[in-house]
Design a protein. Structure first.
Lengths: 247, 266
C-alpha cells in the first residue's frame, strides 16, 4: 500500500514538474547549482570506477577468450559495446543514486521535517518549482555528459589492461579498430537514452521520498535507505524493459 | 521604529480581515483531534488559542494556514472559504513557525528576500532596501550574511517574524512564539507582536500556552481541551472564570509527593 502511494506521488510529481517547466528561465540559477553538484562533484568518482569497470571487463573477457585462438581481437568491440550500451549508463546511474539521490532525499527530508517546505507553501511558493524541478533538470542535463565520460574512461581502462596483462596478446591498434568497427552512433544513443530515463527516475524518486519524510532525524536516515533501494530496483527493472525495446 | 508605517504602507492602506471558523472537525483515522470548533476573529485583533501540550493547537494553526484540510466544517476569511482563498491567492497568510523554519541553506538576507524575489514584487534594489530596513527595525543589524544555524533562538524568531512581515500579510499566524526563550527575550517578542499589531492592524492568531502573552496582548482568548473550545474569554474574564480546568491550567498546583504523571501507580 505504501509502495503504491509512493509511486502515485512520484507520477504526480512528474506531471507537476512538467507543469513547472514554464518557470525554468526564472529558476536557471538553481538548475545551474544542481548541475554543478551532480556533474562536477560526481565526475571524479565516476571516472575512477569506470576505468576499473572497463579494466575488469577486459581482464575477465580477455582471459576467457585466450582459450579460443584469434577471439581476443574482438575484445575492443566487447568492451566498447558493453560500456556504451549497458555498463556506462548503469554504473553512472548507481553512482548518481548513491551520491546525488541520497543527498536529495536527505536535504528535502530535513526541509520537510523542519517545516521549511511548509514555510514555502504558506508563502504561496511551489516546493516543486523551487526544489524538485531544478534537481530533475540538473539530473537530465548532466547525466549524458557523465555517461559519455564513464563510457570513454571504461574504454580506456580496457585498453590499459590489454597493454599490461600477459595473457591478452593483442596490441592497442587492434583493440581500438575492433571497438570502432562495432560501436556505432546508434549504440551510443541507446546508452544515452537509458541514462536520461535513469536520471529522471533517480531525481523523482529521491525528491518524492524526501518530500514525504515526516518525523525526525531517524526518519530522514530511513528515507535515504528507501531512496537507495527503490531507485536501484527501478533502475534495474527499467534497464531490462528499455533494453528490450531498443534491441 | 518610526518608519514602520512607511515600510508597510500597503498593509496600512488595506482593511483588516476577519476569520470565521464554523463547526470545524479534524481527525486522523479514528482519532479526533479537533471537534466542533467555532470561533470568530474580529478584524485587526489578536486572538490567542491556548491549551496544554498535545491538545491540537498546532493542528488548528496548520488548518488555518491552509497546510492541511479539515475533515468537516468551514474556515473562512472575510466570509470567503479558505480553500477558495488559497486557490486565488487573494489573501496572504504569514505563518511564523515555532522553530522559525528558516531555510538553512540560505543566508538571512536570502531568507527574507525569497518571497519578494519569487513573486517579483520589487526590483533587487528595493528588495535590498526593504530587507535592510526590517532588519534594522527588529534590531538585527549585521546578520544579513549569516546563516540561520549561526543565530540564537530569539534571533531566529525575530527573523521569522521579519519574513512574515515582509510578505505584508492579511493574517499573521504564530505558533508558540515565546517557547524555548528566556523570560526577557519572551517579553520582547510579546512586545514586538503587540507593537506590530497596534501599528499595522494585521489580524493576528497566536497559538501558545504562554499565559502572560495571552493576558497582555490578546484581545480574545480561547482554551482548547481534548479537541473542544468551551468558552472564549477576554483577558479580564479569563482571570475571573471559575472553570476548574481553566483555573488548573492558569495556576497549576505543584505536588512533589504525588506527581500527576505517576498517579497511575497508585
Amino acid at each position: 500500500m505504501k509502495l503504491l502511494q509512493l509511486w502515485a506521488f512520484i507520477f504526480q510529481l512528474f506531471f507537476e514538474t512538467c507543469k513547472e517547466l514554464r518557470y525554468l528561465p526564472r529558476q536557471i540559477g538553481r538548475c545551474f547549482e544542481q548541475c554543478c553538484i551532480m556533474g562536477y562533484q560526481t565526475l571524479p568518482i565516476v571516472g575512477i570506477l569506470s576505468v576499473f569497470m572497463g579494466g575488469i571487463l577486459a581482464l575477465q573477457t580477455g582471459y576467457s577468450l585466450s582459450k579460443l585462438p584469434g577471439a581476443q581481437s574482438f575484445l575492443g568491440s566487447i568492451v566498447g559495446l558493453s560500456m556504451c550500451r549497458e555498463l556506462g549508463p548503469l554504473m553512472t546511474a548507481f553512482l548518481l543514486t548513491g551520491r546525488v539521490g541520497s543527498a536529495i532525499t536527505a536535504e528535502l527530508g530535513s526541509m520537510s521535517v523542519y517545516r521549511e517546505v511548509d514555510a514555502l507553501r504558506t508563502m504561496n511558493l511551489s516546493p516543486v518549482r523551487l526544489l524538485v524541478m531544478p534537481r530533475v533538470v540538473g539530473g537530465l542535463f548532466m547525466m549524458p555528459f557523465l555517461t559519455i565520460f564513464s563510457t570513454v574512461l571504461g574504454w580506456l581502462g580496457g585498453w590499459i589492461v590489454t597493454q599490461s596483462v600477459d595473457f591478452i596478446s593483442i596490441n592497442g591498434a587492434i583493440y581500438w579498430r575492433s571497438l570502432k568497427q562495432y560501436v556505432d552512433i546508434e549504440s551510443v544513443n541507446d546508452g544515452l537514452l537509458k541514462a536520461e530515463v535513469f536520471a529522471l527516475v533517480i531525481t523523482l524518486i529521491s525528491s518524492a521520498i524526501g518530500l514525504q519524510t515526516k518525523g525526525g532525524p531517524r526518519e530522514i536516515g530511513a528515507s535515504v535507505t528507501r531512496t537507495l533501494v527503490q531507485s536501484m530496483i527501478a533502475i534495474l527493472m527499467l534497464d531490462y524493459f528499455v533494453t528490450k525495446v531498443l534491441l | 521604529m518610526a518608519n514602520t508605517k512607511q515600510l508597510f504602507s500597503d498593509t496600512c492602506n488595506r482593511l483588516p480581515v476577519s476569520i470565521e471558523v464554523d463547526q470545524l472537525k479534524k481527525q486522523f483515522g479514528r482519532f479526533v483531534v479537533l471537534d466542533n470548533i467555532s470561533l470568530k476573529v474580529e478584524p485587526g485583533e489578536i486572538f490567542v488559542l491556548m491549551g496544554p501540550s498535545g491538545s491540537g493547537k498546532s493542528v488548528f494553526l496548520d488548518l488555518l494556514a491552509g497546510l492541511s484540510k479539515p475533515s468537516s466544517g468551514r474556515l473562512s476569511i472575510n466570509q470567503e472559504d479558505l480553500q477558495y482563498v488559497k486557490k486565488t491567492k487573494k489573501y496572504v497568510m504569514g505563518l511564523v513557525f515555532q522553530s522559525g523554519a528558516l531555510f538553512n541553506s540560505m543566508t538571512i538576507f536570502d531568507n527574507l528576500a525569497l518571497y519578494l524575489r519569487e513573486h517579483r514584487l520589487f526590483d533587487e534594489q528595493e528588495i535590498k532596501s526593504r530587507v535592510t530596513q526590517i532588519l534594522d527595525m527588529l534590531a538585527l543589524r549585521n546578520i544579513s550574511e549569516m546563516m540561520p544555524s549561526e543565530l540564537s533562538g530569539g534571533m531566529r524568531k525575530r527573523v521569522a517574524l521579519a519574513r512574515g512581515l515582509l510578505m505584508e500579510p492579511d493574517v499573521l499566524l504564530f505558533d508558540e512564539p515565546t517557547s524555548e526563550l528566556d523570560p526577557v527575550m519572551a517579553t520582547s517578542i510579546i512586545e514586538l507582536i503587540g507593537y506590530v499589531n497596534k501599528q499595522l492592524r494585521i489580524t493576528t492568531f497566536i497559538v501558545s500556552h504562554d499565559v502572560v502573552l495571552a493576558q497582555t496582548i490578546g484581545h480574545h482568548i480561547a482554551l482548547l481541551n481534548n479537541g473542544f473550545i468551551r468558552e472564549i474569554y477576554t483577558p479580564q474574564t479569563l482571570l475571573q472564570s471559575s472553570q476548574p480546568f481553566l483555573r488548573n491550567f492558569l495556576n497549576p498546583t505543584i505536588n512533589l509527593n504525588r506527581p500527576r504523571f505517576l498517579s497511575f501507580l497508585s
